[in-house]
Design a binder for this molecule. Structure first.
Ligand code: COA
Length: 361
């Protein structure tokens, strides 16, 4: 699992080192190019049933593309990012390329496409930045800590709020704004985790603002725009800001200001898949969380681990929605017990949303 801060020119990875040495977060630029517009033949979009990722759906929505017309080249015809981008650029070329792929596949006895020769691909742009930033991150000793959150209460809260947000404010409420708010409330009690550290690890800055970077899967690759001063914002304001950042990330219109100043990071890989992931720090920040996919599992909520299970064979499991989180910390300056206490508090807010609401401004 990797996280980078930005896109930019080929040498923009330097910003990471520069930022680390100044004990502040990484200033950076987005170089993602706007995606050319393309419309489906009948202008009607029916995208729900197609196998693809949230980022692809967003691009399709923003370009008014009917995903059922886009040839998918991934496993089980999953539509990949390059498929939608090719389609948006030139719908007829994308279709014929996919057709020739599938005909060469059907004429072959092999079950997967094999290139006739090796291909050399230069590492540029976002990928190049990822090389530099991840290399810098892995110079920092990481501690990873995982926890499971019972998520039914938060799921119900979101179900109720999402209709109000959509109807009254035209805002889509996903889980992220709730997770971001819970993070900010927990950080209030752990200011040493909303922090950055200088390059020789002799000084930390505990930041006043909770500026949380959100990892986004975009057409140009992974970028981490920052939702600023979350401690002062309502869940509605966070949702509005996140929606606007997501739109800009997909259009390639994020600026350096949107990508810089992060003091903490969250990555919701669960919107794509996965249960656990080991997140990599966005240096010089000292903690990052990765959220896994919500799943329903059987639980015995009223049975304590200290009980003698042999006496409880008749106990009935309850279907429970759970969400896993994996935290990675800079182990030079943050110990495991601190991460565990922070995670317990975060868990408490998410499992008991009324406690969270009690602290909202
Ligand atoms: N488990 C299950 N479903 C989830 C989920 C999770 N953890 N997180 C989101 N979803 C669902 C949402 O509820 C939504 O479905 P719905 O509209 O039916 O309710 C759907 O997935 C799409 O959500 P999305 O529009 O992506 O919003 P989001 O606020 O949850 O996520 C981003 C926003 C930017 C985080 C997400 O789009 C993204 O890019 N995630 C990938 C981040 C990444 O690549 N991290 C790896 C770094 S190495």
């Amino acid at each position: 699992m990797i996280d980078i801060e930005t896109d930019g020119p080929a040498d923009a990875g330097k910003t990471l080192t520069k930022a680390a040495s100044s004990s502040s977060t990484t200033p950076s630029k987005s170089a993602a190019a706007p995606v050319a517009a393309a419309k489906s033949a009948d202008n009607t979009v029916h995208n729900d049933k197609v196998l693809t990722t949230p980022a692809v759906r967003k691009i399709a929505k923003e370009n008014n593309v009917n995903l059922s017309l886009v040839p998918g080249t991934g496993p089980k015809n999953r539509i990949l990012k390059e498929d939608i981008l090719n389609f948006v650029k030139d719908p007829s070329a994308a279709k014929s390329a996919a057709q020739s792929d599938s005909s060469s596949l059907s004429s072959s006895s092999s079950s997967s496409a094999v290139a006739a020769e090796d291909t050399r691909v230069p590492i540029r742009g976002v990928q190049r930045l990822m090389v530099k930033s991840m290399t810098a991150s892995l110079a920092v000793p990481h501690l990873t800590y995982c926890e499971e959150i019972a998520f039914d209460a938060m799921k119900s809260l979101r179900e109720e709020l999402k209709h109000v947000f959509a109807k009254q404010h035209d805002v889509k409420l996903s889980y992220m704004p709730l997770l971001l708010k819970a993070t900010s409330l927990a950080l209030k009690q752990f200011p040493n985790l909303n922090a950055t550290v200088n390059v020789d690890c002799t000084e930390m800055i505990y930041h006043a603002n909770h500026n949380i970077g959100v990892a986004m899967d975009t057409p140009k690759g992974l970028i981490v725009p920052v939702v600023k001063a979350i401690q002062n914002k309502s869940i509605l304001e966070i949702a509005q800001e996140l929606q606007s950042l997501q739109k800009m990330a997909n259009n390639g219109t994020l600026t350096e200001a949107h990508l810089s100043g992060g003091t903490f990071s969250l990555s919701n890989i669960g919107s794509i898949g996965g249960t656990y992931a080991v997140p990599v720090l966005v240096v010089p920040q000292v903690l990052i969380g990765a959220i896994g996919r919500l799943q329903v599992v059987p639980k015995y909520p009223h049975i304590k681990t200290s009980e003698d299970l042999s006496k409880l064979t008749a106990a009935t499991p309850v279907p429970t929605t759970v969400m896993d989180v994996s935290w990675s910390a800079d182990h030079r300056v943050v110990d495991g017990a601190t991460v565990a206490k922070f995670s317990n508090l975060w868990k408490m807010y998410l499992e008991h949303p009324h406690l969270m609401i009690a602290e909202l401004r």
